[in-house]
Each structure stands twice: as structure tokens, then as C-alpha cells.
Design a protein around this ligand. Structure first.
Ligand code: A2P
Length: 274
């Protein structure tokens, strides 16, 4: 069994054994966006394979029995690092410690990825709508950088709604970096549209995505045809309440939930917190 430096409750380095059957990876970068949101990248184990859009269980080696939480991988399947986008919950069993990680620290990860927000759970279509709130954008950050997304769909619409403007930065930087990406920049050109709104701070577009779609403002703002299950596919990721409401809306429009065993026109995944 390996013994490595780890963060204890006080944030100081302490020795704890790495549990069996987990990867122990090194933090390569950390970026704080707001006092509620941050992103970090870790080394990727050579043997770790996942589908873009899937999640893994992440923890810290800061206890005999570490707490693990589900995190969508935000980087694409071809990347040689793994990126995650996280909330900071002040008393969260994991995130209250995770938010203090620094370059060189160790993050532990269970070995098996899983999840429903994968392209293979959707039948072919023309337009792909990714509907996200808060850290629910993470799996879409992965899928937006995956060439398979553009092989399967002609146009991709990413909606990201947050409480305030600063929380939108991660998604805005992600989308603006797409065009300069040496691997997929050319493929994504003119095919990705980001639609932002805020709910608790005045901005150019305000309101929950359910209200914006429901009123038709979403379509008129973008100058696009309404959602149509014949041609469109929908992926949804956000808080429990958001999922419930957006799912109901999608079903009301005639969309049917798909899975790997039975692909169809929409899929949902909870954005995990803790
Ligand atoms: P609101 O500010 O009106 O609650 P959070 O940071 O709490 O996860 O929320 C992220 C975003 O998701 C917020 O803008 C929030 O709006 C929005 N939201 C919360 N619940 C729902 C819901 N049921 N349907 C659509 N959007 C929601």
C-alpha cells in the first residue's frame, strides 16, 4: 500500500494510506472562478478510459475512509489530463477540503466511470441542445471538445444558467477557446452556440431556462426553430429541481428519455454537490 502526503482537516499535510483500487493522481492546475466555483485538472492514469459526458468518484486522501463524490469529467476523452468543475460547499464533506487543493497535491479517484449523458444514449439528430445550470455544465465541457459530437450533430446549442454573471465565466471561456483548439477548432467553427442567462443578478438575459424556453424568448433570441423531437436531441444536467422541470418540459414536447440500452431523444444527469 502507498503512503503519500495528504491534506488533513486543517489543510496541513498528513500521511494517510491510499485505499485499494483507486487511482492516486496529481493536481496540475487549479482555477477559482468565484467563491462558489472552481475548476482543477489532474494527471490521467494511463489505463483510465471513459466516454465524454461520464462521471467518476473523486476523493482526497485525507482520512482512513475518504469521502467520495461524483464528478463529471469536464475534459474530452482524448485529453491526457482530467478536468473537473466543482462547487464549494462551505460544510461539504468533500468540497470544503477539495476547494483548498493546490498544484502537486494528490486527488484519488475510483477506477470506473459511468453516466447517462453520453452520445450513444441518443438516436441520431440534426441539432443537439445541452441544457445546464451551475456545475451541470461540466459534462458538456467534455462533449463540446469531443469530435464525435460534431460527427453526430450539425449544430450544438449549450445553455448555461447561473445565479450571477461571474458564474458564467467557465462556460464562456470554454466556448471561446473552442475555435483556437488545434484538434477540434476547425470542426466546431460556426456550429456551437452558447446561450447564457442569470437569475439573481441583472444581465443581458435573465430567467430560468425553463421560463425562457417556455415563453419562446430562447428561440427568438437565437432566431431558431422551436425544439422538435423529430430533428433535435436534448441533454440535461443541473440540480435535482432543474432536472425535474426540464425533463417534464422535454417530455411535454414529445421527447423520450434514452439510455445506452435503448437510445432515444433526451438524457438527464444530476450535477452532484457535496
Ligand atoms: P434560481 O436562482 O431561480 O434558483 P444553483 O446554483 O442553486 O444550482 O442554481 C443554478 C441555476 O439553476 C440558478 O440560476 C437557478 O435559478 C437555476 N434553477 C434552480 N432550480 C431550477 C429549476 N427548477 N428549473 C430551472 N432552473 C433552475
Amino acid at each position: 500500500m502507498n503512503t503519500i502526503p495528504a491534506l488533513n482537516d486543517a489543510g496541513a499535510k498528513a500521511q494517510f494510506p491510499i485505499p485499494a483500487n483507486v487511482f492516486a493522481e496529481t493536481v496540475v492546475s487549479v482555477k477559482h472562478f468565484t467563491d462558489r466555483l472552481f475548476a482543477f485538472r489532474i494527471t490521467r492514469p494511463q489505463s483510465f478510459r471513459f466516454r465524454s459526458g461520464e462521471f467518476v468518484m473523486i476523493g482526497l486522501p485525507n482520512a482512513e475512509k475518504p469521502v467520495f463524490r461524483a464528478y463529471s469529467v469536464a475534459s474530452p476523452a482524448w485529453d491526457d489530463e482530467l478536468e473537473f468543475f466543482s462547487i464549494k460547499v462551505p460544510d461539504g464533506p468533500l468540497t470544503s477540503h477539495l476547494q483548498k487543493i493546490q498544484v502537486g497535491d494528490t486527488v484519488i479517484m475510483r477506477q470506473k466511470p459511468t453516466g447517462t449523458l453520453v452520445l450513444d444514449a441518443l438516436t441520431p439528430g440534426k441539432r443537439l441542445f445541452m441544457i445546464s445550470t451551475g456545475t451541470g455544465i461540466a459534462p458538456f465541457a467534455s462533449l463540446l471538445r469531443d469530435p464525435d459530437t460534431y460527427e453526430k450533430f450539425e449544430q450544438v446549442y449549450l445553455t448555461h444558467t447561473c445565479r450571477d454573471i461571474a458564474e458564467l465565466t467557465y462556460g464562456q471561456e470554454l466556448v471561446s477557446a473552442l475555435k483556437n483548439d488545434p484538434l477540434i477548432g476547425e470542426l466546431t467553427g460556426g456550429r456551437v452556440t452558447l446561450y447564457n442567462s442569470t437569475t439573481r443578478e441583472a444581465s443581458a438575459c435573465m430567467g430560468r431556462i425553463t421560463a425562457l424556453i417556455g415563453s419562446g424568448k430562447f428561440y427568438s433570441d437565437l432566431g431558431i426553430e422551436p425544439l422538435d423531437p423529430q430533428t433535435d436531441r436534448v441533454m440535461i444536467c443541473g440540480s435535482m429541481h432543474m432536472l425535474k422541470d426540464v425533463k417534464e418540459m422535454a417530455e411535454g414536447l414529445g421527447f423520450v428519455e434514452g439510455s445506452l440500452s435503448q437510445p432515444d431523444s433526451f438524457v438527464v444527469e444530476r450535477a452532484f454537490v457535496g
